[in-house]
Write a protein that binds this ligand. Sequence first.
Ligand code: ADP
Ligand code: MG
Ligand code: MG
Length: 877
Amino acid sequence: MAKYVYDFTEGNRNLKDLLGGKGANLAEMTNLGLPVPPGFTITTDACRHYLAEGDQPDGLEQEVAGHLDALEAAMGRKLGQADDPLLVSVRSGAKFSMPGMMETVLNIGLNDESVHGLAKQAGGNERFAWDSYRRLIQMFGKTVLGIDGDLFEEALDRLKGRRLDTDLSAGELQRLVETFKGIVRDQTGTDFPADPREQMRLAILAVFDSWNAPRAILYRRQERIPADLGTAVNVVAMVFGNVGNDSGTGVAFTRDPGSGHQGIYGDYLQNAQGEDVVAGIRNTIPLEELENIDKRSYDELLQIMETLENHYKDLCDIEFTIERGKLWMLQTRVGKRTAAAAFRIATQLVDQGLITLDEAVTRVTGDQLAQLMFPRFDAAAEKKKIAKGMNASPGAAVGKAVFSSARAVELAERGEDVILVRRETNPDDLAGMIAAKGILTSRGGKTSHAAVVARGMGKTCVCGAEELEVATGERRFTAPGGVVVSEGDVISIDGTSGEVYLGEVPVVASEVVEYFEGAEPDDELVKAVDRIMRHADEVRRLGVRANADTPEDAARARRFGARGIGLCRTEHMFLGERRQLVEDLVLAATDEERRQALDALEPLQKSDFAAIFRAMDGNPVTIRLIDPPLHEFLPDIVELSVRVATEEATDKDRKLLAAVKRLHEQNPMLGLRGVRLGLVIPGLFDMQVRAIAEAAKEVPGARPEIMIPLVATVQELEAVREESARILTEVGVEALIGTMIEVPRAALTAGQIAEAAEFFSFGTNDLTQMAWGFSRDDVEAAFFSQYLDLGIFGVSPFESLDRDGVGRLVAIAVREGRAARPDLHIGICGEHGGDPDSVHFCHEVGMDYVSCSPFRIPVARLEAGRAALTETDSDTR
Ligand code: ADP
Ligand code: MG
Ligand code: MG
């Protein structure tokens, strides 16, 4: 028969899937011999069954009853027993911690009889007993019966007046219990359930149900936690921090989660229970002061914290309670930390001999490294914080507040820095979002339009700053405290913390970027980054290249650790003054005119390539032949039409207009571009290949690789390949000739294509567009935020490679390409090359390298190292 309940002595920390994080760690602490109150855990299997079937699985109630019997026997008292009651807490606890999202009920087992038994247990302490009872009704009423918690809070506040909760007498608390019972009766039409086992049963079901509470669903979506995990339920014998001043409750970290430094970090509250410490009902005291109150418990706590650190080999956070001088551990977990602390802690643990460098590399993430690379506000600067929203897209941005997209564009064109402030954004705001330094909204969460689009653009964004009243029409917003910000007033927003400041806060460059740029690692954080990056480079199997089109980008990419260019686009080389030549090419009426246009372009291209070869200094450079449709280089159709309608129009203008009309396409992304262009316009690719060859000949050590875009069938590639090979031989230069794999048909016929290609590079932007049938420019801003809200996907497939669909195409192409040509060199050059999860995918599928934008190179190096070290563990959270 299925087992749904585990005693704390049966579990361990590796059973998080089944027992949830809290249950697994309570079991781990129990088995370490730490003072944990006894209890048991109902598995996530049981929860999933209950949520799917609407009913508890067969046998669960009996199994729970059996474990409760055993708990009662061990404690020598029965749940809610009138003269000497056992009380329990019923606590939620999922695999991933979801702080404050789900429910916990304390003091289960109290009723009008057992409240007296509880007082007797505590040496006649009536006050404590009634305080516990009122807490039970309050928590049970809110959590299990779904009553508005404010009703209880208000009644409590009325009674307290200006006093503290600890000032209430036993008699007053007893009356409060009556008031609370009245609220329950009014709100539900029935009495507060007095039967202890019934209380427990209802609380367990309420915890199951809390998995699907709206706020829990929202939180999971934001944090990308799967929706189908379910929560475990922990039933724990109560211990009491609210018996008097020799009791209390607290929280602590084994080291500073901000800096990583070892020391004593925590808060303690005397005569209190459960959430009181974090709820801020009274002022807590720093944990150090516990030493003066109860030295024995304090020393024991420090000892336990050391045990936990040595055991988990990581920073832990803990919850504890002291009941009349006896310390109890109620929770521990590997604690959350800032990005900087993650790097510091990982290397500190290496120095302490607790973990290896291998392990240290797996303890930090590419996302954390990316966070450290953003500029940030000067911590020492004076700031006037006016609001806090969600940290939707990191970075620090300063500018004048503007309230419409049009105004943002207008001011930005004048060279001013602006922050676009909106209640929420919609696709019409796109131009303004592009023009702005940062985006601030008062509504919407981390999957709102503003957040999704800003992250996609790498732009700083704070969203859902609900304290702000945005009056778009009046071009101003108000913040708490009567602060009014009108159009043109300067504000500063911190996308890493979500904070909003009035005025200009000075921005400092990231010291981690300065280190990548070549500065000596001097401070502690940079030294930690340096150590971990070196080790990641040592262990990674994937090579890392850059997407870089200019010598400047190429040089930066090398400083950041790229060993080659995986994608050098050539289209920008046709912009500016050279547009003229492209126009000539398009308008060429004869072979002779076309040749002249191409001949004029060739030397320019040659010097472009030579500069990049020099910057890459002997590292390979993959050059993609021209990819976009030619009409992208021609003047705007509206502008041309206007010009042609006036007198001054030249003959060329008229011809250009005709050409623009002729070249117009309904779906340019699926039109005359890439290899199609190369085959249709004689001499275009030849000119580029010749320029590459001549440049390579001029720069000693140059290693060009020629890449043909948008190939769908081997015939296309063969045609270009033959010509290109001939030119290379003619000039006397060697270069690999390969292709992008970015059309689904190419992936599916990779075996044939590999016969003609010396390398593959996956263009996963196009491959994603075509595999999903999405036109990226149209769909991303239009409805991706809705798709995310609906849970159609957890993350945009343009941000993180879609393993199930696009990933399958990639895997097929790698397999069949290598089968046809075992030494086929394979990489990726879409934006996914710098996305952590996608890098792991590239490693797993057996690519040789990833290529990404220069700023993402350190992230790719680190994640490639992590991928090599966590081969089977795809859980990178
Ligand atoms: P959360 O997941 O929100 O932290 P918990 O289940 O940890 O919720 O419980 C909330 C509070 O109640 C915590 O401060 C915890 O220490 C306290 N608590 C839970 N169970 C017990 C117990 N058996 N005895 C005393 N305090 C408890
Ligand atoms: Mg807790
Ligand atoms: Mg492409």
